[in-house]
Design a protein around this ligand. Structure first.
Ligand SMILES: Nc1ncnc2c1ncn2[C@@H]1O[C@H](COP(=O)(O)OP(=O)(O)OP(=O)(O)O)[C@@H](O)[C@H]1O
Length: 375
């Protein structure tokens, strides 16, 4: 089947071989041409080009099927926070559940650490879900009659780890997520944010290679939500654990994601860093999606800089290329002059008032159109 992988720059690359050869070496999950179709004779839809190309509504009318995930290909790289974002019904949960076959994919290839997940038998899958990929849900799924500690130790209990060891390991993660002192409480005696920390601790206790979050914070009030987002950032910085994070909230995606896959109607319409998605939207839909994002808080000076003119490369404030535009504005305003963008001692370019303002005012988006200007 002819299809594409969207790379980090949002460009589509053809993938002649379905698995293996083009998988990034450091990929935890490698997903190729994945489909999930719900409904009668679902397996016919990916195989039949005349059905595969129909819009969601046409497909439903013609076959009674819903294609929740349509020919999706991507890698989740080791150590990254990979965010799956999209509006309600775009296919986020279905896609992430397919990764551990909580939902059975209809077609496509799926590997974890080079191992074929679709070919795994029951015991392989059990091992995958219990040890290698732990899920944190929006509804925490805590056992109400058990203490916080026993809830956190639950994953180890079903792995068959002995009581003393599982309690010791659970206590470590209870402390790690800031619940020390509350370990004997029951879930009902905790706030929503604290309950979500228990859910997080339970997933962490099994020391999985990858954590999968399904909109874990969407039911929390904004302040607690912010707390939990910071907790995830802190844990990620400290442990470097690979994470897949589903959200419908753009601000959350931009805050947490190293890369973001933006879904619409079961497809990935753009995959890229927050800066790529906000700075170079792939189409009108993405452009609309990111319209209200304060660009200076996402884009960096790499995007704003211009070439140095004679003498400029040697003096003036120095900024690293990943400096946010908002921080560069402050630096330029304070110094009163242009600043250099410097990497490994080399001046890559210059940012001054004009080029920083151009990015804030979105003038950098306008492609020059000489023909029109001349007319
Ligand atoms: N078991 C099912 N049977 C039939 N259709 C389903 C089933 N599960 C999901 N769908 C459909 O698949 C599509 C994608 O649903 P999914 O739950 O993956 O979206 P989502 O982006 O996670 O949405 P939300 O943000 O609301 O959770 C929707 O049209 C949904 O109605």
């Amino acid at each position: 089947m002819a299809s594409t992988v969207v790379d980090a720059s949002g460009t589509e690359k053809s993938t002649a071989t379905p698995t293996g050869t083009q998988t990034e070496q450091d990929a935890v999950f490698a997903v190729r041409h994945l489909w999930k179709v719900f409904g009668p004779k679902a397996e016919k839809v990916p195989e039949d080009a005349s059905l595969a190309e129909l819009s969601a509504q046409e497909l439903r009318e013609k076959t009674g099927c819903t294609a929740a995930v349509r020919d999706v290909s991507f890698d989740v790289k080791k150590g990254e926070v990979f965010v799956v974002m999209g509006l309600s019904g775009s296919g986020k949960s279905t896609l992430v559940r397919c990764l551990t076959r909580l939902i059975e994919p209809t077609s496509g290839d799926l590997e974890m650490d080079g191992e074929d997940v679709r070919g795994m038998d029951r015991s392989g899958l059990r091992e995958l879900r219990r040890h290698r990929a732990a899920m944190v849900f929006q509804h925490f799924g805590l056992l109400p009659h058990r203490s916080v500690l026993d809830n956190v130790a639950y994953g180890l209990e079903i792995q068959g780890v002995g009581k003393a060891e599982r309690r010791a390991r659970a206590m470590e993660t209870v402390e790690k997520v800031g619940l020390g002192g509350l370990e004997q409480r029951k879930p009902g005696q905790l706030s929503g944010g604290q309950q979500q920390r228990v859910g997080l601790a339970r997933a962490l206790t099994v020391d999985p290679e990858i954590l999968l979050f399904d909109e874990p914070f969407s039911a929390l009030d904004p302040l607690i939500r912010r707390d939990m987002q910071e907790e995830v950032i802190r844990l990620h910085k400290e442990e470097g654990r690979t994470m897949v994070f589903i959200t419908h909230d753009l601000a959350e995606a931009l805050l947490l994601g190293d890369r973001i896959a933006l879904m619409r109607d079961g497809k990935i319409v753009q995959l890229g860093t927050p800066e790529e998605i906000v700075g170079s939207p792939a189409d009108e839909y993405v452009r609309d999606f990111v319209r209200d994002v304060p660009r200076e808080q996402v884009l960096t000076v790499r995007r704003a800089m211009r070439p140095a003119e004679s003498g400029e490369a040697d003096e003036g404030a120095a900024l690293t290329p990943d400096t946010l535009i908002s921080d560069a504005i402050e630096a330029v305003a304070r110094s009163g002059g242009a600043a250099r963008v410097v990497e490994n001692g080399r001046c890559l370019g210059i940012v001054d008032h004009a080029c920083l303002l151009n990015v804030v005012a979105r003038l950098d988006e306008e492609a020059p159109d000489d023909g029109k200007a001349a007319a």
